[in-house]
Design a protein around this ligand. Structure first.
Ligand SMILES: NC(=O)c1ccc[n+]([C@@H]2O[C@H](COP(=O)([O-])OP(=O)(O)OC[C@H]3O[C@@H](n4cnc5c(N)ncnc54)[C@H](OP(=O)(O)O)[C@@H]3O)[C@@H](O)[C@H]2O)c1
Length: 405
């Protein structure tokens, strides 16, 4: 029997890094939260174990085979109904019984359900930054029209949200804000030369110095495309012109981002690098709950360093900036090309330095149009994926991204 005092939460991408951290926070507060639905791609065994622990009303798998395998694996008395595909994801993102949706599917596959949750006016915990990058205009419009509560889960945007002034309605405003300063760890290759990066392996790229994350976002951190995507995300989330978003490399990942005010003040949010902090904040805002994160020991941390990003060695940041300037579907094209290039790199089909080259060639090749609807965005995404696959198949080239490959 559902307890009305508990928030019912759908966790989309529950078997991933963010999904696991979300379930950890939820399990610490059974009086406040219950799992309404879980969703994953193909990890049937992990999903079956999560269903036994959290006893959701629904579990969603991406394809029919995985859904059937999950039905076979679950004891009937559990009562969990198994759904499949995008339709299943959208169903559990919009069900009237759902209070909050954790959007933590990786990549473009997360867009339709994220948009559906926004349109349904949910408390939307946004980890899937690709949704905002691809369809920022549509997503923000849906949030404003439905009155959805959009809470950023990316640690940087969550930090900015925490450092912004609060308006009369208790929501973050922009009074007196000059700029936001997005911090970047610099990734595992922060001090590597271009030649060293040319020989980088997927394992090296995924070995992030501070954060334990999924493989796609780990590679994005290594190329700095993660910061490029976050730059785009910040413009949409906080309605800021690109020149009001700066990127600062901060190798310790303790300052999660900052807001610079007109009076010279800079407010920062600090904490140990653990995604359970922004997740707990998103679940409990405007209150705060225990996230299971150890307190920050500033004396042990001892120093906080800051440096400018090197866009010569890391052209992805420049490419993301250029996509923002181009507007329209350029950001969706950039995102799609990046997803294809990262998958090819993880598959050992291209080298690390081929990633920006594939993105740049795709951006040059694909026409940019106004992203008036989800269908337009999805068409741009599909065309860009096709173009990027062709460039991947072409093999290593000298890209105009300024990187020798
Ligand atoms: N990890 C972090 O610290 C972090 C920080 C900030 C933002 N983010 C963002 O959060 C999102 C998730 O990142 P992650 O690191 O948690 O990724 P991850 O560990 O790779 O997990 C991805 C999750 O998405 C599921 N999934 C993939 N395709 C799907 C589909 N078509 N339908 C349903 N589920 C699908 C996966 O299921 P399977 O297990 O079955 O493959 C898995 O549960 C990304 O957008 C990322 O940029 C992550």
């Amino acid at each position: 029997m559902a307890n009305p005092a508990q928030q019912a939460v759908s966790v989309l991408g529950s078997t991933g890094s963010i999904g696991l951290s979300t379930l950890d926070v939820i399990a610490r507060h059974p009086d406040r939260y219950r799992v309404f639905a879980l969703a994953a791609n193909t990890s049937v065994a992990a999903m079956a174990a999560q269903c036994r622990t959290h006893r959701p009303e629904f579990a969603v798998m991406a394809c029919a085979d995985a859904a059937q395998a999950l039905r076979d694996a679950l004891p009937g008395e559990l009562g969990t109904q198994v759904l499949q595909g995008e339709e299943g994801l959208c169903r559990v993102a919009t069900d009237p019984a759902v209070d909050a949706v954790m959007a933590a599917v990786v990549g473009a596959a997360g867009l339709p359900s994220t948009l559906a949750a926004a349109r349904a006016g949910k408390r939307l915990l946004l980890a899937n930054k690709e949704s905002l990058v691809m369809a920022g205009h549509l997503l923000m419009e849906a949030v404003h029209e439905s009155g959805a509560l959009l809470l950023p889960i990316d640690s940087e945007h969550n930090a900015i949200f925490q450092c912004l002034p609060v308006d009369r309605a208790g929501r973050p405003g922009r009074a007196g804000v000059d700029k936001v300063l997005l911090t970047a760890s610099g990734g595992p290759f922060r001090t590597w030369s271009v030649a060293q990066m040319a020989a980088a392996t997927p394992e090296q790229a995924c070995a992030h110095p501070n954060w334990d994350m999924g493989r796609k976002i780990s590679v994005d951190s290594a190329t700095l495309m993660n910061k490029g995507l976050e730059f785009i995300e910040a413009c949409w989330l906080f309605d800021l012109a690109p020149e009001r978003v700066d990127v600062v490399v901060h190798p310790q990942s303790i300052v999660h981002s900052m807001v610079q005010y007109r009076d010279g003040s800079v407010l920062a949010q600090l904490g140990n690098p653990d995604m359970r902090t922004p997740i707990a904040y998103g679940l409990s805002w405007p209150e705060r709950v225990d996230a299971g994160v150890s307190p920050l020991d500033l004396v042990a941390a001892s120093r906080l360093d800051f440096e400018a990003p090197d866009e010569g060695r890391f052209p992805c940041l420049r490419l993301a900036r250029e996509a923002v300037s181009a507007g329209g579907t350029a950001m969706a094209i950039c995102n799609a090309a990046n997803e294809v290039a990262v998958a090819a790199f993880l598959d050992n089909r291209i080298g690390f330095n081929d990633i920006p080259a594939v993105i740049e060639r795709t951006l040059e090749r694909c026409p940019v149009v106004e992203p008036r609807s989800l269908a337009v965005v999805e068409t741009a995404d599909a065309e860009a994926r096709h173009a990027a696959e062709v460039f991947v198949a072409d093999g290593p080239t000298r890209g105009s991204a300024g990187v020798e490959i």
